[in-house]
Design a protein around this ligand. Structure first.
Ligand SMILES: Nc1ncnc2c1ncn2[C@@H]1O[C@H](COP(=O)(O)OP(=O)(O)OP(=O)(O)O)[C@@H](O)[C@H]1O
Length: 292
């Protein structure tokens, strides 16, 4: 397995203290504090615009904090040079523009940049890490293809391979599941679970609460820029907390095979009950789909 230097005796892999940040004239995150260790997988849940991407961007150093502090393995993020930061944290961002002419392999090789020697050449260790990461992400076949030719889900796999090739102990993932089919999604999240079990720390923004309940060891709820809960799946994956987070009634059932909690919409009426009944034509003039 691709190696990284996480040990449990180290300070928190990530510590966020009273973080406030945002964009010009638009405060987003307000007084956010939490810490995470190796061996944890934190899922960041929250409605659109609640600040999940903003948090991940500030943790990766792309966005400067207005107030508060961020520490990676006990070292202030602001004191780290970009290469030092990249050795500690790897990022799979949401969306983004990439050089379309690069091949998938060249893209993954960029993940080795923080490990380049002073000569600036990639060595056999770098190429082995790239091969291993591509294989782990089921992307070996994509290696010679240009990024411009990849589907959304294929590009996601290449971006995760780049992050794995970086061999950083902290993985910051923004909506990794977007664009992945169910089989690929399960494969990549199983892979992340193995990385977590081997000592990595994963922080991932996700919209799919059920995926979070299956793979995360801890859930963080972000609403209007504030952390509204932070706890184990058992403690916070409740109808009350999820309904309050998303402002819609949410029911919680047990997964029939694994016993884990799973969420489902629980409005008093379903989408079709406004109309004449199941099977009503979608253009029947009813207000189907509008929740009153
Ligand atoms: N570059 C930017 N400039 C100004 N405001 C921004 C910028 N990016 C995001 N915002 C605003 O910051 C707030 C938080 O956005 P963010 O992308 O962090 O939310 P999110 O929780 O990741 O949302 P989603 O679930 O839709 O991806 C939103 O109100 C958004 O409009």
């Amino acid at each position: 397995m691709i190696g990284f230097s996480a040990t449990t005796s180290q300070p928190s892999m990530l510590e966020v203290r009273n973080l406030c940040c945002g964009y010009k004239g638009r405060p987003v995150l307000q007084d956010v504090s939490f810490a995470a260790r190796g061996g944890e997988c934190l899922a960041l849940l929250g409605p659109n615009g609640s600040g999940k991407t903003t948090l991940l961007r500030s943790l990766s150093g792309v966005l400067q904090a207005k107030e508060g502090d961020i520490f990676l393995q006990g070292r202030a993020l602001t004191a780290l040079k970009p290469r030092q930061r990249a050795r500690l944290a790897a990022v799979v961002p949401q969306g983004g523009e990439y050089p379309r002419e690069l091949t998938a392999r060249q893209m993954v090789l960029l993940g080795r940049y923080p490990h380049l020697s002073w000569l600036g050449c990639y060595g056999s260790r770098d190429h082995a890490a790239v091969d291993e990461a591509l294989e782990a992400c089921g992307a070996t076949m994509l290696a010679p293809r240009r990024l411009a030719e990849l589907s959304g889900g294929e590009l996601q796999r290449v971006l995760l391979a780049r992050a794995l090739a970086q061999e950083s102990p902290l993985l910051l993932l923004d909506e990794l599941a977007a664009g992945l089919d169910m089989a690929r999604m399960a494969g990549l999240f199983d892979l992340l679970e193995r990385r977590r079990a081997a000592g990595a720390c994963v922080l991932m923004a996700v919209h799919d609460c059920n995926l979070a309940a299956i793979y995360a060891t801890r859930l963080l709820g972000l609403k209007a820029g504030r952390l509204v809960f932070d706890g184990s799946v058992d403690a916070v994956f409740t109808e009350e907390k999820l309904s309050a987070l998303y402002d819609i009634p949410i029911g919680v059932l047990q997964h029939p095979l694994w016993g884990l909690p799973q969420a489902l919409l629980a409005r008093a009426h379903g989408p079709r009950s406004h109309a004449a009944g199941l099977g009503a034509a979608p253009d029947s003039g009813s207000d189907a789909g509008v929740d009153d």
